[in-house]
Design a protein around this ligand. Structure first.
Ligand code: NAD
Length: 330
């Protein structure tokens, strides 16, 4: 075994994929979360159910670990993060601060923090045709209220731990990660998963609800690229925050059309203009990513969405929700 590593949030979407990726690379992996992964068993050598808001649990989780990948967080799509700010800030601050301090006390060498494109200021994201965001654009700060501010604050905490305590920290800013085995229902899902679910459940020629006018734009990064990028960043000597995303800008309406094409359906859109929409436009500038890692995400949106759609369709079918629909249509 090359390295003993801890993945926090290992029962979640990215953490679960990351555990498998690290195991395949010969690491000894301990996973920690409040829950086991939902859709398939973990690949971790050791998986512990622990609440990482608690200091004693963070000490237990980090004991004997050389590296910590910090993915545990209070997390959700735009509807969730806009209406749960206090819970997000309280829980994620406790998780992050206790995790990094326990990593230091237990002698870990590296700590990777998963930040977000939500740290970028609202004033740079007012147009659909937005200029891609460079890492330095995060300041002067005007992050997403709650979730984004907590991320930005902890990015700086990582810097202080590196400068004052010599703990090697890495900070990655994800831009909309999607793929199979992610949450697709219940209120915490993000736009690609929500759209896949809605399209899977609607009959051909039917109508789905789209949040906002659908002209808001984003870029989306497939999970396999995400875990490879995390690993490359952890292995690099780059300590500043780094974007990890695709730089293909697409509107929500276009995303609906792509998923409908994959599903082989004609789908009408009904726009809900009072639903949460987040910023008007957001894209990743990957110049620094290419420069630092000599690499960038490469899985196309079409390929990633096809796999995601198949996963969500399969889950809905298992839950009897597709059959019920077919029954209704017949
Ligand atoms: P996720 O919600 O699937 O995973 C987070 C995991 O943390 C969950 O399994 C949850 O149970 C766990 N967790 C929450 N509170 C905990 C606690 N007190 N103790 C232990 N575990 C706890 O989210 P994800 O999409 O896998 O995100 C992983 C990380 O990446 C998070 O830091 C998130 O903010 C960040 N991020 C994700 C995206 C994205 O597009 N998915 C974008 C930007 C940033």
């Amino acid at each position: 075994m090359s390295k003993r590593v801890l993945v926090t949030g290992a029962g979640g979407f990215i953490g679960h994929h990351l555990v498998r990726y690290l195991v395949e690379r010969g690491c000894y992996v301990r996973g920690v979360d409040l829950k086991y992964p939902e859709y398939e068993p973990t690949a971790a050598h050791d998986f512990q159910i622990l609440d990482l808001r608690r200091w004693d649990n963070c000490l237990q989780a980090t004991a004997g670990m050389e590296e910590v990948y910090g993915l545990a967080a209070e997390m959700g799509g735009i509807g969730y993060i806009e209406s749960n700010k206090a819970v997000i800030v309280r829980d994620s601050t406790m998780i992050n601060m206790n995790s990094i301090e326990a990593a230091r006390v237990n002698g870990a060498k590296r700590f990777l923090f998963t930040s977000s494109a939500c740290v970028y200021p609202g004033y740079r994201q007012k147009e659909s045709n937005v200029t891609p965001l460079k890492e330095d654009d995060a300041y002067p700060a005007d992050a997403e209220d709650g979730y984004g501010w907590e991320k930005l604050y902890f990015e700086r905490t990582c810097r202080h731990y590196r400068e004052d305590f010599g703990l090697e920290t890495r900070v990655v800013r994800f831009h909309n990660i999607f793929g199979p085995l992610g949450t697709y229902d219940g209120g915490r899902e993000k736009s690609p998963a929500a759209i896949c679910r809605k399209v899977a459940l609607v009959e051909d020629g039917g109508t789905i609800e789209v949040w906002g006018d659908g002209l808001q734009t984003r870029s989306y990064c497939y999970i396999d690229d995400c875990v490879e990028g995390i690993y490359r960043l952890m292995r690099s000597d780059y300590p500043q925050p780094l974007n990890l995303g695709q730089d293909r800008l697409i509107s929500i309406n276009e995303l609906v059309d792509l998923v409908s094409k994959i599903a082989g359906k004609t789908v009408q859109r009904k726009h809900n203009l009072t639903a949460p929409q987040g910023v008007r436009g957001r894209n990743s500038d990957n110049s620094r990513l290419r420069e630092v890692l000599g690499w960038e995400p490469r899985v196309s949106l079409e390929e990633g969405l096809a796999k995601t759609y198949r996963f969500i369709y399969g889950e809905l079918e298992k839950a009897g929700r597709i059959r019920a629909l077919a029954g209704t249509a017949a």
